[in-house]
Design a protein around this ligand. Structure first.
Ligand SMILES: Nc1ncnc2c1ncn2[C@@H]1O[C@H](COP(=O)(O)OP(=O)(O)O)[C@@H](O)[C@H]1O
Ligand SMILES: [Mg+2]
Length: 511
């Protein structure tokens, strides 16, 4: 890790950079960023924070709608990928721009092949490619090998070598380690360090916190499209960094004490749902998890840490490719969400429109639909039972009778979320997995939903809650499982000593 203080003018600089998408959404909001020669600069932030947008802006894919980009201190207009390349910026997009049926040498040199009298000089092409790979420490790659025969990780390295052909001054890498094994990550990092030591400025994005700490010299943290802070890795305070990613209101959150004071009773007996080493390539590392009847378990972690992915494995929305599930001690194999539902394992997705509610249909129809689907369409629910269910749902969720006939999309965000949850509650699930159940809700709706979750558990329901608002987990959960970098890193039973701080420290702690 280089600790030298940067003194030079940045190679590339953003000042007050704004990227406004069609529709007016600001994917980037007045961001300042300085990219220096010989530094690996990591962009961090939760999903949707704007990291890829920075890369797209620098790459000329999404030009700035306001603000300035400077090259060696002078303003430049980068309005196309071509202009970005002309400015000495190379972007490594995953795999996409490589041609699998060509050789390594051809891919590296594509469009830049040395020419002789008779056209492309293939000997020189291979030699050049080999030299370039050697400079990156990849001399063992066989330049005559067809790309299609090489593993993905090696192709990734070829893509980087290809980016180096034009001798760029800045190289942008958006999640180059996604899907790579540790040995491949090490190899990639060795290449990046070599490039850095040659004076190339590197912009690097990864979801894996530990990778960012290992490779980068400087970190810019983004949140909701804006810059939340910048840290030199030498002075890294992990807790501060995670707090920056999570949001500025953390100090307030930290004031909140656990409201569930008496919660550390030991859970015993056969868990209702137990996962043993369950995982899925590139999504969740093998994870153990047990949910006992009547328990509320929280799933904490940054967005992108694998929480949603784990929730999907537990409910049959994605197929696990390793590990096993047990329901009341009996092995269970889930082949799809419907099968999960038939076993009483139900997921409420973080995106309401993603199966949570059906737009255009009335609240009444939405409330009944899940239950009807579960029973089968040829077995109508008797009127009396149906009305009973609707009355219960309205009362439980504090929804007025007047909403029943209205299309659900006309309701407020909080009301829509209540309908989405009520739909699932009426099916009386054995295990309810709630992904961000209160996101986008106002405070009263949040409180209502939290109260309902607690009530459901009080009646014996078992609930797994994912929330980006750590105080919500501290308030609700009996136990909190912490995920980081797509795997479980810890588990704590909630109680008087547990606070938002405890969770932040767990996430920030080094492996
Ligand atoms: N193709 C797209 N169309 C519309 N909005 C997008 C698109 N890609 C990203 N966004 C929005 O832009 C914002 C920034 O996203 P992005 O830069 O991709 O985040 P990150 O890479 O940090 O996860 C988010 O609000 C996201 O929803
Ligand atoms: Mg991204």
């Amino acid at each position: 890790m280089s600790t030298a203080k940067p003194a030079s003018t940045p190679v590339v600089e953003l000042r007050g950079a704004v990227v406004e998408l069609p529709g007016g959404h600001r994917a980037l909001d007045r961001v300042d960023l300085e990219i220096r020669a010989g530094e690996i600069h990591a962009l961090m932030g939760q999903n949707g924070a704007g990291k890829s947008t920075v890369v797209r802006a620098l790459a000329g894919v999404w030009p700035l709608t306001a603000g300035t980009m400077c090259l060696d201190g002078a303003p430049v207009h980068v309005r196309s990928p071509k202009a970005s390349r002309a400015a000495g910026i190379a972007t490594v997009f995953q795999d996409a721009q490589l041609l699998p049926h060509l050789t390594v040498a051809e891919n590296v040199m594509l469009g830049r092949e040395p020419r002789g009298r008779w056209g492309i000089d293939w000997g020189a092409t291979r030699r050049h490619a080999h030299e370039l790979l050697t400079e990156l420490g990849l001399e063992d790659l066989d330049v005559g090998q067809r790309l299609a025969r090489l593993p993905v990780a090696t192709r990734q390295l070829v893509a980087i070598a290809r980016a180096m052909v034009d001798e760029p001054r800045v190289v942008l890498l958006d999640e180059p380690t996604a899907g790579l094994q540790q040995v491949d990550v090490d190899r990639l990092f060795a290449v990046l360090r070599r490039m850095r030591d040659k004076g190339v400025a590197i912009v690097f994005i990864s979801h894996f916190l530990e990778q960012v700490f290992a490779i980068s010299d400087r970190i810019t943290v983004l949140r909701d499209g804006a810059k939340a802070g910048e840290i030199a890795v030498g002075d890294l305070d992990r807790v501060e960094l995670i707090s920056m990613m999570l949001g500025a209101d953390l100090p307030t959150l930290q004031q909140l004490a656990s409201q569930r004071a008496q919660h550390s009773e030991v859970v015993e007996g056969v868990p209702l749902l137990r996962a043993e080493g369950i995982g899925r390539a590139n999504a969740v590392r093998p994870t153990d998890l047990a949910l006992h009847g009547g328990e509320i378990v929280g799933l904490a972690g940054l967005r992108g840490s694998g929480r949603t992915e784990l929730a999907r494995l537990l409910t049959g929305h994605d197929r696990a490719d390793q590990g096993r599930l047990f329901l009341s001690g009996a092995a269970l194999r889930l082949r799809g969400p419907r099968q999960g539902m038939l076993h009483g394992l139900v997921l409420s997705s973080e995106r309401r429109n993603d199966g949570g509610i059906i737009r255009g249909l009335s609240v009444r129809d939405n409330l009944i639909l899940s239950l009807q689907a579960l029973r089968g369409w040829n077995r109508p629910i008797p009127t009396k039972e149906r009305e009973g269910i609707i009355t219960w749902a309205l009362r439980a969720f504090g929804l007025g009778e007047h909403v029943l006939r209205r299309p659900v999309d006309e309701l407020s965000g909080g009301e829509q979320q209540k309908v989405a949850l009520a739909r699932l509650f009426v099916t009386r699930p054995r295990v309810l997995v709630l992904d961000e159940p209160t996101r986008g809700c106002d405070i009263p709706a949040k409180v209502d939903i939290q109260r309902l979750i607690a009530t459901l558990a009080g009646e014996g329901g078992t609930i797994l809650v994912i929330s980006s608002e750590l105080d919500e987990l501290v308030r609700l959960a009996d136990r909190i499982v912490v995920l980081k970098d797509r795997g479980k890193i810890g588990e704590i039973s909630n109680g008087p000593g547990v606070s938002v701080d405890t969770l932040v420290e767990l996430i920030a702690a080094s492996d």
